[in-house]
Design a protein around this ligand. Structure first.
Ligand code: 13P
Ligand code: SF4
Length: 395
């Protein structure tokens, strides 16, 4: 974690520097960047990278657009990117081409001599914003009032604020990503007999089904209703209390899309991300994280036809990298992640040239108290043996 620029606070208090979810605001860029041609931006980014040398590490999530991902020193899914951040001690400036919760995780996992920069502060995640610390604490208290809370293990998806990760760290839980959810849940059930899983209900449900549970074991917790909209008996008997959150990008994929693709390509293969709804996941041939999807497409034989249910930039890149295979979006209407898309050439050039002038813009700083507790939950995830495993239908 980077040197803190403000006093340590409780995780209930808002993170410093105006970076709490939904409160972030990116100032407009200088004309130099907004009016630049793509060629100029490339030239400036290349020059800044060369000047900054080994002191700079650019991390890129698979959903980044081509003009950004081509500059990433390391690419990955959210699990790999967290690992890269934790393992790198050399770079002093880590420019995170991804979304806010990923940059926060990188800040937590890096050393005091390292700074994490997010090129556009508006690159958030609508799913992560569906659960906040006040709601989660309230839910925890309500659950404690009707069941033995010492047997409930809180698990947060990586797509969550540092405050939620801190809560989980302080309450005996762990973080999971889409590549290790099953391993983390198995770990949780060695410690308790019920999980409160947030914020993505679909990852929780898909993983629960893969582990052999069914709908009778699962209840959805609606944070906007008393006792999550459930009755006491439901809360007592549920094995999985799944937060009513979802990804707006992945929730667009529907069973009709699978049926349409299969009608046109009876020998084709359907691969979807576990953030897709269960009705889609159960019709798919494979379900896995962005990293696993890439591995499966790489391994497919020439001539294979593959429909993928995930963000469109990654699908388009896979299609371009595999001209001998047909790789298409499962939804013929494209599904971009509008917040990942906020990171572009102008913002990347701006933050790199600022670093060259020793000006740090858009540093993501998690306060010390939050970072300490969140690190416990992140480290548990990194340490859990068996991770990563995809939630279902793996080879
Ligand atoms: P991965 O963990 O597969 O990278 O997914 C992160 C994400 O935000 C998918 O929407
Ligand atoms: Fe968040 Fe969905 Fe975008 Fe992933 S694709 S970063 S879950 S909004």
């Amino acid at each position: 974690m980077a040197t803190r620029l403000s006093p340590a606070g409780q995780y209930r208090s808002r993170p410093t520097k105006g970076q709490h979810n939904m409160l972030r605001l990116q100032a407009p860029l200088p004309d130099r960047y907004t009016l630049a041609t793509p060629e100029e931006l490339d030239k400036w980014i290349a020059a800044a990278k060369q000047t900054l040398g080994d002191g700079l590490l650019i991390l890129g999530h698979h959903y980044q657009r081509p003009e950004v991902i081509k500059w990433a020193d390391l690419r990955g899914d959210s699990f790999k990117l967290a690992q890269f951040a934790a393992e790198n001690h050399q770079a002093t400036d880590i420019v995170f081409c991804g979304v806010h919760f990923m940059a926060e995780a990188a800040d937590i996992l890096t050393g005091d001599h390292q700074r994490v920069v997010l090129p556009d502060l508006n690159a958030g995640c609508s799913m992560a914003d569906m659960a906040d610390i006040d709601q989660v604490e309230e839910a925890w208290d309500e659950i404690a009032a009707v069941t033995d809370i010492s047997r409930v293990v809180p698990i947060t998806y990586m797509n969550s604020s540092a405050a939620l990760k801190a809560f989980v760290g302080d309450h005996g839980g762990a973080v999971c990503t889409s590549s290790n959810a099953q391993a983390i849940l198995e770990w949780a059930f060695e410690r308790g007999d019920k999980v409160l899983f947030f914020p993505d209900q679909h990852l929780g449900r898909n993983t629960g089904y893969t582990m052999g549970y069914d709908e009778s074991h699962i209840q959805v917790w609606n944070p906007h209703r008393d006792l999550g909209g459930l009755d006491e008996r439901d809360v007592k008997e549920a094995i999985f209390l799944l937060w009513k959150g979802h990804c707006t990008v992945h929730q667009r994929f529907l069973p009709e899309h699978v049926a349409g693709f299969r009608a046109e390509h009876p020998d084709g293969e359907v691969i979807v991300h576990p953030e897709c709804r269960h009705e889609v996941a159960e019709l798919a041939d494979r379900v896995g994280s962005t990293e696993r999807i890439i591995e499966w497409v790489d391994a497919a034989p020439p001539g294979a036809t593959i429909a993928i249910g995930t963000e469109i930039h990654m699908i388009q890149r896979l299609a371009a990298e595999h001209p001998d295979k047909i790789v298409v979006s499962l939804d013929p209407l494209v599904c971009p992640c509008s917040t990942m898309f906020r990171i572009d050439g102008p913002h990347l050039a701006w933050c790199l040239e600022s670093l060259v002038r020793s000006e740090v813009v858009n540093q993501i700083v998690v306060d010390d108290k939050t970072a300490e507790s969140a690190k416990v939950a992140l480290q548990r995830m990194l340490d859990i043996k068996g991770a990563p495993t995809a939630p279902s239908k793996v080879d």
